[in-house]
Design a protein around this ligand. Structure first.
Ligand SMILES: *Cc1c(COP(=O)(O)O)cnc(C)c1O
Length: 399
């Protein structure tokens, strides 16, 4: 059996996205800025796509800027939020420790440029606490950037409350919503969001296209100098095929949000119940506030990398954490931020689902993972050592 459960790294393109992209490549080859018929056709399609994306977020079309990826949207929003703050003499930013590297590395650059960043800790459930955010806010705070949902453990932050607090204090609020958009309802008005990043390839659009939502009252500066594209703020001829595909994928996921959430949640809960049977395992993140598709587990006494390789041999494509940290032997910064010891964080497994997965695939995973964990533990000196020091080793070997 072949099972793809790495949807938080990237998703397969949907038929709707491919169907929207194909004519864009065959016929809609005009430059949307051209005044002739081919240009007008392309421009009409672009306008429609912007409206679709805006509608799914409850934004206005003029508040949507298409970008090359989610990373670009994060860079743009945070850099501009900081610059606007500095212009008003405010150089303090608040974020948290489990952000994606697109956010963390942008903040690190700003720190080098003289900004001060407070990284809120997350609690064991992976969530920041509102009281702690409130206490960290200062008169010189210009920007709060907190992700909507985490890409490794799926935890959803109290975004609406954070947004309300920032609004009350007059502080700009950006959220990296790459793992939320297309997966759970997101409403920039109800959630009090000033800037939001999203990425197409996390919800069945192609790679290389994303968007930044920026509230119309926020005077962000141009990110790429050049032509008049994206209201002059991001020059460069629009990547129409990808943009049209992303709008189609977004529309489809918005229309089927409830049913997809129900289907994916049922599969996820089956996985959590089954994997929880493995001795000395733990499910990471919040049990209540999480996106439907992401399951994160740690298994004591084994290496996540070895687990992945063996699952791959069994036809299961999974991840140990984020795609960016796989390949390095450092444990994930997210799991460490939850307070997990290094040796346990090493034995992590992330299974990220989408509506294309099936319950049969979940049963297959639940057959293979315990088998592989058992085999690896038998070969693991760490595990043998743990058994020797365990009060009731019977429970652990019985499996
Ligand atoms: C994937 C991801 C990104 C980066 O998006 P790209 O389009 O791949 O650049 C940013 N933040 C989160 C939370 C992600 O999961």
């Amino acid at each position: 059996m072949f099972v793809y459960v790495d949807n938080a790294a990237t998703t397969a393109m949907s038929k709707a996205a491919i169907d929207a992209m194909t004519p864009a490549m065959h016929e809609l080859y005009g430059n949307p800025s051209s005044l002739h018929q081919k240009g007008r056709e392309a421009n009409m399609a672009l306008i429609g796509a912007r409206e679709t994306v805006a509608k799914c977020l409850n934004a206005e079309a003029r508040e949507i800027y298409f970008t090359g990826c989610g990373t670009e949207a994060d860079n743009w929003a945070i850099t501009e939020g900081a610059r606007l703050g500095a212009a008003a003499g405010k150089k303090h930013i608040i974020s948290d420790t489990i952000e994606h590297h697109a956010v963390l590395h942008t903040l690190a650059r700003l720190e080098k440029e003289g900004f001060e960043v407070t990284y809120l800790p997350v609690h064991e459930d992976g969530r920041v606490r509102l009281e702690e955010l409130e206490a960290a806010l200062r008169p010189d705070t210009c920007l709060v950037t907190i992700m909507y949902a985490n890409n490794e453990i799926g935890t959803i932050q109290p975004i609406r409350e954070i947004g309300a607090l920032c609004r009350a204090k007059g502080v700009l609020f950006h959220t990296d919503a790459v793992q939320a958009v297309g997966h759970i309802p997101v409403d920039v008005v109800a959630d009090n969001i000033d800037m939001l990043s999203l990425s197409g390839h996390k919800f069945h659009a192609p790679k290389g296209v994303g968007a930044l939502y920026c509230k119309k009252s926020v005077p962000i500066r141009n990110f790429i100098e050049g032509g008049a594209q994206e209201r002059g703020r991001r020059g460069g001829t629009e990547a129409l095929p990808g943009i049209l595909a992303m709008a189609a994928a977004m529309q489809e996921s918005c229309e089927h949000l409830e049913e997809n959430m129900a289907k994916v949640t049922a599969m996820r809960d089956r996985l959590i119940a089954g994997l929880g049977q493995i001795p000395c395992s733990r499910c990471n993140g919040s049990p209540d506030h999480k996106v439907p598709g992401i399951v994160s587990f740690c298994f004591e006494g084994i290496e996540g990398e070895s687990l992945l390789l063996r699952l791959d041999l069994a036809g299961i494509c999974a991840s140990s954490g984020s795609a960016c940290t796989s390949g390095s032997l450092d444990p994930s910064h997210v799991l460490l931020a939850l307070g997990m010891p290094h040796e346990i964080a090493h034995g992590s497994l992330r299974l990220s689902l989408c509506e294309y997965n099936t319950m049969e695939q979940m049963e297959y995973i639940l057959e293979k993972v315990p088998e592989v964990v058992r085999t690896l533990r038998q070969m693991s000196p760490v595990w043998t050592h743990m058994l020797e020091n365990m009060e009731d080793p019977y429970l652990a070997v019985a499996q």
